[in-house]
Design a protein around this ligand. Structure first.
Ligand code: ADP
Ligand code: ZN
Length: 774
């Protein structure tokens, strides 16, 4: 018997090992093993167990006459099995093989992302601690009364007192008792020697939810839309081969309650569930909603947990002690067995996409896992991704709608302020409109809270005329040009066209044609100056780098110690602050003119989510959106928060432009310290891919718009600097590939990539179904 093993040495192939007789019964795919690897011993995972070795295996040797030595004699035996159970179930292994293949990644890398680091670490073990048990006097009937009396006599008054205290609490962890009763471990040991208590090493679960009071909750009586959605969920859970369900539910429509009751349904069948939430939404409140309903059956996987906690939670899942897993994208690999339901909340979130190899999208992996394990998958969102929405329209996914808020509160009123007019009034570019400033003043005077949202990202921006709103756009692609400061040039990141910055605005001939950039920090300064009495706080990536600052800032805001919270998209999601009555959105255009075909979608999602933060309490909420392009569909649709209306116009554009979801896109990024080298390698790779492609894209000078691939074809752009062309001294070039279906592209892509002889100092990353093409 031969085991085909993937080793933890970043070599993307399998190696064959003989399976020693005594290990045969225990060896199944997914088992972790120790194997000889060159001069070393390394850890690996069994992928396959076969009868014969792979004849193409390079480890096979020939004898002096060139005759292959029977593999059975040359193969080295594997050394040992690590752990009592396989670390990966067979179906997880299948999922990871699919993932590695689809996302052009290595199997080792896929396994690495599926197993938390503390679980992979060979040294990690269940933590053992000393536990104190009180010896029951009745247990000592074998002893004579005489001896018992001797024992007692041997105790000092302090020891007798301690024994009484320990008896009162019926024992416990030694460390805890020492702290509570102010005694030393030596004192406990003396009691143990006296035979009145027992000390033993026990496994202690490191509980990430320890020290939190979690109130149990009961299933709520459902609203009609919730009930209908739950019926659909239950039917899918009971189906032998269910389709995924897209749950389109506005904020506060009670999606979570539907998830909870769906999970209860599969738990009652003895099955388990996984709930994926965006990393940023994995707050104690989120976890409490699940823990409140399902108690200790809930396990949390979170990168902020300590190694010990993660190790313990993972093992609680694998052994079946925990059957509801809540976590961010990597929780999609949780080693649960008998999976009944996977929930992907806020399924449109870009954070489900891992931005390093393997560049998987946890939402899509969840759908694939559901297919492999025949379990139901719910994708929930108020603003689904166009990919998911299109799948629902095509009937590939089922669809449930929840369009009413549970509390039946009115949606906040949304006002759109045209900043072109504001700017004409003031004579120069404005950060705040007078409408917004007045509204803030008004709310503060009522003792209410305000959120100011500005999604300012620090890199390449678009060029926009503050006078007429004109945005420099590539006509062929209808995508905003990116302004590259290095060579003061406008570049289209879809087709590669470029041009110099025009001296005056092509729309209105205003020479002030420039982008007036400002970020959250400047906004903070301005607000502090305008409202010196108010407590202003800022939350963005700069301030939340510290481990607990996130909770601190939100805590201060929740308890009313902060009046105005300024933030980036970090504050847009899932937060519930009943006393926020005003949300101001600055520069709604900012995300609109990203050089990304998803710019409109992202803007709509952001505006819808940010608006959802207002008016969650008893006072009706108000949203003020400042923009230079009030007529853009994404901005206009935000007024009514009508997702389906927005999606209808957006999908028309995507179809005619040949963008996802009507095509699949791969983004190749080459990077290195030498721009010349990166550009050269990227250029060669693009040329090679274009040879392999059936059709090149149309160039900008050719009339007729952007190239949309037809069925069976794929199109390849020229190599061009990435929107973030240079970061930390590394130059980046990208090549975008599009095809109607992935298979048309994957084979030539792999061919070109494997042929390409990359110099050691140029790296290549392939991002399949790229979410971030910046
Ligand atoms: P969503 O996830 O769609 O934003 P939630 O599930 O968070 O909505 O529900 C919003 C609020 O409404 C929560 O406080 C929740 O407890 C409450 N809620 C949900 N369903 C019901 C119901 N059927 N009856 C009463 N309250 C409900
Ligand atoms: Zn273009």
């Amino acid at each position: 018997m031969i085991a085909r093993v993937t080793v933890d040495a970043a070599v993307d192939r399998l190696f064959d090992y003989l399976v020693p007789e005594h290990l045969r019964l225990r060896l199944v795919p997914g088992t972790r093993v120790r194997v000889p690897f060159g001069p070393r011993t390394v850890t690996g995972y069994v992928v396959e167990v076969v009868d014969r070795a792979d004849p193409t295996d390079r480890t096979e040797q020939t004898d002096l006459l060139g005759v292959p030595i029977a593999p059975a004699r040359t193969l080295k035996p594997l050394l040992s099995i690590v752990g009592e159970h396989p670390f990966l179930t067979e179906s997880l292994l299948k999922l990871l093989q699919w993932l590695a293949d689809y996302y052009c990644a290595s199997l080792e890398g896929a396994i690495r992302s599926a197993l938390p680091a503390p679980v992979r670490a060979t040294g990690a073990r269940q933590k053992e601690q000393l536990f104190v048990e009180v010896c029951d006097p009745a247990d000592r009937t074998d002893r004579t009364d005489q001896m018992d009396r001797t024992d007692r006599k041997a105790l000092t008054p302090r020891q007798t007192e301690l024994l009484a205290q320990i008896r009162q609490v019926k024992g416990g962890w030694a460390a805890t008792l020492c702290r509570e009763f102010k005694c030393t471990p030596e004192l406990l040991r003396k009691l143990a020697t006296a035979g009145v208590i027992k000390l033993e090493a026990r496994q202690m679960r490191r509980d990430p939810m320890a020290n939190r009071v979690i109130l149990p909750t009961q299933p709520l009586a459902l609203m009609p839309e919730q009930a209908t959605a739950l019926e659909q969920v239950k039917a899918l859970c009971d189906s032998p081969d269910p389709k995924p369900l897209l749950l389109l539910g506005v904020t506060n429509s009670g999606k979570t309650e539907v998830y909870l009751q769906g999970i209860a349904h599969v738990l009652a069948q003895g099955r388990s569930a996984i709930v994926l939430v965006p990393e940023i939404a994995l707050t104690p409140q989120t976890v409490q909603r699940f823990a409140g309903r399902f108690g200790p059956q809930v396990a949390v996987l979170h990168s902020a947990l300590s190694d010990g906690e993660r190790y313990d939670e993972w093992h609680r899942i694998r052994t079946g002690a925990a059957r509801v897993v809540v976590g961010p994208r990597s929780a999609v690999f949780a080693p649960v067995t008998r999976l009944g339901l996977i929930v992907v909340d806020e399924e449109h979130e870009p954070s489900y996409k891992q931005e390093e190899s393997p560049r998987y999208n946890a939402r899509d992996v969840a759908v694939m896992r559901g297919r492999l394990e025949h379990c139901a998958v719910i994708l929930g969102s108020a603003t689904p991704a166009m990919e998911s929405w299109q799948n629902a329209l095509r009937g590939k996914y089922c669809l449930a709608r929840m369009l009413r808020r549970v509390d039946d509160r009115p949606r906040p009123s949304v006002r759109i302020v045209d900043m072109r007019i504001e700017m004409a009034k003031a004579g120069h570019v404005q950060v705040f409109s007078s409408v917004l400033l007045d509204a803030i003043r008004d709310r503060l005077s009522q003792g209410e809270q305000v959120i100011i949202f500005l999604n300012r990202r620090g890199y390449a921006t678009s060029l926009q005329c503050p006078h007429c709103g004109y945005v420099a756009t590539c006509e062929a692609c209808a995508v905003a040009f990116t302004y590259h400061q290095a060579d003061t040039c406008l570049r289209c990141h879809t087709c590669g066209a470029f041009q110099q910055v025009p001296p005056v605005c092509p729309g209105c001939s205003d020479p002030a044609f420039k982008y007036a950039g400002f970020g959250t920090q400047r906004v903070e300064t301005i607000l502090q100056k305008c409202f010196p009495q108010a407590h202003v706080a800022r939350m963005d990536a700069d301030v939340t780098a510290r481990r607990h600052s996130h909770d601190e800032i939100l805590g201060a805001f929740r308890t009313g110690r902060t009046d105005i919270l300024i933030g980036t998209q970090m504050i847009a999601k899932g937060l519930h602050f009943p006393s926020v009555t005003l949300v101001g959105v600055l520069a709604a255009d900012m995300s609109l003119h990203m050089p990304d075909f998803r710019a409109g979608e992202r803007t709509f999602q952001l505006l819808a989510q940010v608006s959802g933060r207002a008016g969650r309490g008893d006072i009706p909420g108000e949203v003020i959106i400042q923009t230079y392009t009030p007529d853009h569909p994404a901005v206009a649709a935000a007024r009514t928060a009508d997702f389906e209306a927005f999606a209808a116009t957006e999908l028309v554009d995507r179809r005619s432009g040949g963008y996802p979801p009507f095509t699949r896109m791969v983004c190749l990024t080459l990077s290195g310290a030498s721009e010349e080298k990166v550009a050269f390698v990227a250029g060669k790779l693009a040329t090679r891919l274009q040879e392999l492609a059936v059709r090149k894209p149309l160039r900008t000078e050719v009339a007729g718009g952007p190239a949309a691939p037809r069925a069976g074809e794929f199109v390849v752009t020229d190599a061009m600097p990435s929107p973030r062309a240079k970061a930390k001294g590394v130059f980046r070039y990208q090549i975008l590939l599009r095809a109607v279906a992935m298979p048309a592209m994957l084979v030539p892509l792999r061919q070109a990539v494997s042929e390409a002889k990359l110099p050691a100092d140029v790296a290549l990353a392939a991002d399949v179904d790229a979410v971030n093409i910046m």
